[in-house]
Design a protein around this ligand. Structure first.
Ligand SMILES: *[C@@H]1O[C@H](CO)[C@@H](O)[C@H](O)[C@H]1NC(C)=O
Ligand SMILES: *[C@@H]1O[C@H](CO)[C@@H](O)[C@H](O)[C@H]1NC(C)=O
Length: 452
């Protein structure tokens, strides 16, 4: 016997064990297994059937959060409205005026007092509100103000609070369109209208969870049922809703080189250098033609502010911005650099370069140290904590009427648009209420006390 052969043979230990079982017979264990798997399959089928029946009849799923609720677009944004030249005074004897008013927050009597103070005349004056016309609290009705604004087709911009009311109303229209939605809303309103949904209510939350688990998933995160915005949205007429929806995010007045916006507008992308070629104020408009005159170039550059600065394309920024972080992030909080500082820095460097330098004719261009741009004005509200905030190229007008402080207007007339009156007006009879406006005019500030 050779010594090699045994190496190829398996050792007794490595032989697989063959199960000892008699063919054709089931033992107890097998029967049990079969029954068990059959019942699992049956239970699953029953479950699926039940779910689909419930789903079919009620359009609800019986577990708490419905993961597949797809919300429609509630925003109804309208980006810009351009004010026609015809609304503005054209000669020094023209009596047309543009009157911008800060956040009214449904303080209709204060508005009446302010309009009386400035002898408002609907035929020659154009009224522009700066947004947040809806009430701050449930005790004060928004109805009289919205009636006045909508029946007189008063111009204005959309505020963050107006936006929330629009979204709630769009949400209500959507819920009503769903099977059972109308009944659920009626149920909730008849039982819970008395509560202030902006305050936490355990009783309401319990009711919502217990009896209407499925509908809860149809309320977007952070939205407060029976809160102030909800109630204004629910109670306003269709005409008032249409009025709010007609408000643009930006009103642009090329004649006065002025933007009206609720919270703010950026003159540059704060995450880039001011001289970066991507900044619209760092160069002549890319859309310009060689024979465009300065007025056309200026208009194109103003539009480029809106279209080319990426933050200005975000409705949230226009309705909520208060400041900028050191890294250039837009914030709605008070801490940080006011966005209006950036606006004024940019416009100051524009106004250092006379408009003639900006001509595209190469022979007239000189060496520029400042930006190749034209200055423009911005009027805004929203920042009640800062109050009246008059800077060279921006006017913040929210003077806290809703908190019993004041309601303020800026009155633009022929003197605001005619540069030659600037030095004269400021030099001879400077009053507190007279402020520099635009290229070299003056504007009048008027305010009244609010009683809340
Ligand atoms: C919602 O609609 C607005 C116009 O009202 C539009 O600008 C916006 O991009 C839409 N949002 C989404 C997420 O589709
Ligand atoms: C609201 O104010 C407007 C503008 O002054 C005025 O015409 C209207 O009568 C007021 N409405 C109420 C109910 O006070």
């Amino acid at each position: 016997m050779s010594a090699e052969t045994p190496l190829l043979l398996p050792t007794p230990n490595s032989v697989p064990r063959v199960r000892q079982r008699r063919r054709g017979h089931l033992d107890c264990q097998d029967v049990f297994r079969l029954v068990l798997s059959a019942s699992v399959v049956a239970a699953f089928l029953l479950f699926v059937l039940t779910i689909s029946i419930i789903n079919e009849t009620t359009h609800r799923l019986p577990w708490n959060k419905q993961p597949d609720v797809v919300f429609p677009n509630f925003s109804h944004y309208k980006y810009i409205h351009t004010l026609p030249h015809s609304l503005f005074p054209t000669h020094s004897d023209d009596d047309r005026r543009i009157i911008a008013i800060g956040d009214i927050h449904s303080m209709n009597q204060s508005l009446s007092a302010l309009l009386a103070e400035i002898s408002y005349d609907a035929h020659s004056d154009t009224l522009i509100h700066l947004g947040d016309v809806v009430s701050k609290n449930t005790k004060l009705s928004t109805d009289p103000l919205l009636t006045f604004l909508s029946t007189n087709q008063i111009l204005g911009v959309r505020g963050n609070n107006d936006q929330k009311v629009i979204e709630w109303r769009a949400w209500m229209d959507w819920i009503i369109s769903l099977p059972g939605g109308k009944e659920w809303l009626q149920d909730m309103d008849s039982l819970w209208s008395h509560i202030d949904g902006d305050e936490p209510s355990t009783a309401f939350n319990t009711w919502l969870k217990k009896s209407h688990k499925a509908w809860q998933a149809y309320v977007p995160d952070g939205w407060k049922l029976q809160g102030n915005h909800y109630k204004v949205a629910r109670d306003m007429s269709l005409k008032h809703y249409d009025y709010l929806r007609s408000l643009p995010l930006v009103l642009y007045a090329p004649t006065a080189h002025t933007f009206f916006v609720h919270a703010g507008l950026l003159a540059a992308d704060p995450t880039l250098e001011a001289s970066d070629p991507r900044q619209p104020l760092s160069h002549l408009p890319t859309t310009a033609n060689p024979n465009d005159d300065d007025l056309i170039l200026r208009g194109l550059q103003e539009l480029a502010l809106l279209n080319e600065i990426i933050q200005n394309q975000d409705p949230w920024v226009l309705m909520n911005m208060r400041s900028l972080s050191k890294k250039g992030k837009v914030k709605d909080g008070k801490n940080g650099i006011p966005w209006s500082d950036l606006w004024n820095d940019m416009m100051d460097s524009c106004s250092d370069s006379p408009a003639t330098e900006l001509s595209m004719n190469p022979s007239s261009s000189t060496t520029r140290t400042s930006l190749k741009c034209f200055p423009s004005m911005v009027m805004y509200g929203h920042a009640a904590a800062r109050g009246l905030d008059v800077k060279r190229w921006s006017i913040g007008l929210d003077t806290g009427c809703a908190y019993g402080r004041r309601l303020t207007a800026v009155v633009l007339d022929a003197k605001s648009l005619l540069p030659q009156t600037h030095s004269e007006a400021l030099g001879t009879s400077f009053q507190d209420s007279l402020v520099p406006y635009g290229d070299g005019g003056t504007a009048q500030l008027v305010n009244v006390k609010c009683h809340s």
